[in-house]
Design a protein around this ligand. Structure first.
Ligand SMILES: [Zn+2]
Length: 492
């Protein structure tokens, strides 16, 4: 868990912050929400456009069915109630990158409402409410640099106009910048699991605005809020909130008043700056979009969409802890992405002993990754490789010592386990009992005192002898066979 070192806000004696987050997530459909233009990122400016997304008079929007399915799936994963009927609305405002003069969004009848996300809080969990999840189209982009004349001109790229978004609005339930960070982390994890977005912040697939106000502790009414817009990392949002909360407290304590406004965060300076006074919802003159029918997601369609809802990370982690006997921490690492968790489970189930796969991940893989500062996704040894190595140990073909050596070689060479195993000539642990018997005789002869203790009834000495034989065989012997041979020699 990433927790800020600064706990001053949570501990402020007189004031408490109230935070709500608005997150825009781009849906991973191939085409835009109301036309068949491509949503591909990075295309040459103004190449993915048509009369609909350019806002030409008379061009009519046609709703992309896949967009509705993705949005509904995301809303389900966020524990929302899906409204059978929702209404598209025009949000009217002028901006150079909005050729229609309005954005098609949803207003008083959104697609989904009343959801929640649980975030870690102290030893337990805290539920953060989700007010609504609604559909909307993205606007275009103003470019201020990177083209001729950009010193004194602004260019417009309309490729992004009409790209499908969902807006996820939280309740003002978030009490600290750390909680905001946890909420966003969980939100992103859940959305990634559903596969409806890549949540890539650099490409603008996930954007977050934060509403924040402060009020005297114990007061019910909210203070006047400021909106912090377009911060491009979760860490910066936490920092921006820290700064903004302190700023508001300073203003109030200095006898000033907070004005409702939109502020921008400058990450280099760690400060927020006033951008414009904040418009109210009624400034947008919302009205129902006359070119689109009410959106109806009936029971049958809803049930179909629900069938593609994957097991979500929280539930999956608890199950994996139970099924494989792994720690909470390892479950956390192994569920970092859905694909990793899938790989792990597939490998574990295909192996002779799933728990051994989990144990190897825990005992042999994680430590090596950590010491090399690699994420599990960068591991040279794949989950299939771990499963193969687990089977070789399980069958007694290789010893734990050989496995460790092969893992070391895998990391040195940056190659997966099966390749290294083959390169090393498919080593096997020694099962040659005549050679082992010779070693055992030597060990027993060299340790008469321990042998005496054993015969006097100290049966735990067996472990000592096994250890000595294993050491003498340089880890090549099969512990099972050593045990058997020793037991025979010692006459027990
Ligand atoms: Zn288009």
């Amino acid at each position: 868990m990433a927790t800020s070192a600064k706990n001053s806000i949570a501990a402020h004696p007189k004031f408490e912050p109230v935070i709500g987050l608005e997150v825009h997530v781009q849906l991973l459909t191939v085409t835009k929400i109301f036309c068949s233009c491509s949503t591909r990122f990075g295309a040459a400016p103004n190449t993915n456009v048509c009369p609909v997304c350019l806002g030409m008079p008379g061009a009519l929007p046609v709703l992309n069915k896949r967009v509705v399915e993705f949005a509904t799936l995301a809303a389900m994963a966020l524990n929302c109630r899906i409204n059978e009927t929702s209404i598209f609305a025009r949000k009217n405002y002028f901006y150079p990158d909005l050729p229609k003069g309005y954005q098609i969004s949803q207003y008083d009848k959104p697609l989904a409402e009343f959801g929640f996300i649980e975030v870690p809080a102290g030893a337990g969990k805290k539920r953060i409410g989700i007010t609504r999840v609604h559909l909307e189209e993205d606007a275009g982009k103003s470019l201020h640099e990177g083209f001729p004349d950009s010193d004194d001109k602004t260019a417009i790229d309309l490729n992004r106009t009409g790209v499908p978004l969902i807006e996820i609005v939280s309740e003002p339930d978030i009490a600290t910048p750390d909680e905001a960070y946890e909420y966003l982390t969980k939100l992103k994890e859940i959305i990634l699991y559903t596969g409806v977005s890549d949540c890539n912040m650099e490409e603008g697939s996930l954007r977050c605005d934060a509403n924040v106000s402060v009020r005297p502790r114990g007061q019910k009414e909210f203070g006047t809020k400021a909106e912090i817009k377009n911060v491009n990392s979760f860490r910066f949002i936490r920092d921006a909130l820290e700064y903004e909360i302190e700023r508001q407290i300073d203003v109030i304590e200095g006898g000033g008043k907070i004005i409702q406004e939109t502020r921008l965060y400058n990450a280099n300076e760690g400060k927020t700056y006033s951008m414009r006074s904040k418009e109210q919802a009624h400034d947008y003159r919302y009205f129902p979009e006359p070119d689109l029918l009410p959106l109806v997601v009936g029971e049958k369609w809803k049930a179909e969409i629900a069938r593609s809802l994957p097991e979500l990370p929280e539930v999956r982690r608890s199950r994996m802890v139970k099924d494989y006997g792994i720690t909470e921490y390892d479950a956390q690492v192994l569920t970092f992405s859905k694909s990793l968790a899938d790989q792990f489970e597939e490998a574990a189930k295909a192996a002779r002993n799933p728990k051994r796969v989990a144990n190897l991940v825990q005992s042999e893989l994680m430590g090596r990754l950590k010491s090399k500062n690699l994420s599990i996704e960068q591991s040279p040894i794949s989950m299939q490789g771990v499963a193969m190595s687990a089977d070789l140990v399980e069958s007694g073909t290789i010893s734990g010592k050989i496995l460790k050596d092969l893992y070391d070689l895998s990391f040195e060479r940056g190659k997966d386990f099966p390749a290294v195993y083959e390169e090393e000539g498919c080593p096997q642990q020694s099962t040659d009992s005549s050679a082992l018997e010779k070693i055992i005789d030597e060990i027993l002869a060299a340790n008469p005192k321990q042998l005496e203790q054993y015969h006097a009834g100290k049966k735990t000495m067996l472990g000592f002898f096994v250890g000595q034989v294993m050491k003498a065989s340089k880890g090549q012997a099969s512990p099972q066979i050593v045990n058997e041979l020793l037991a025979k020699k010692l006459g027990s």
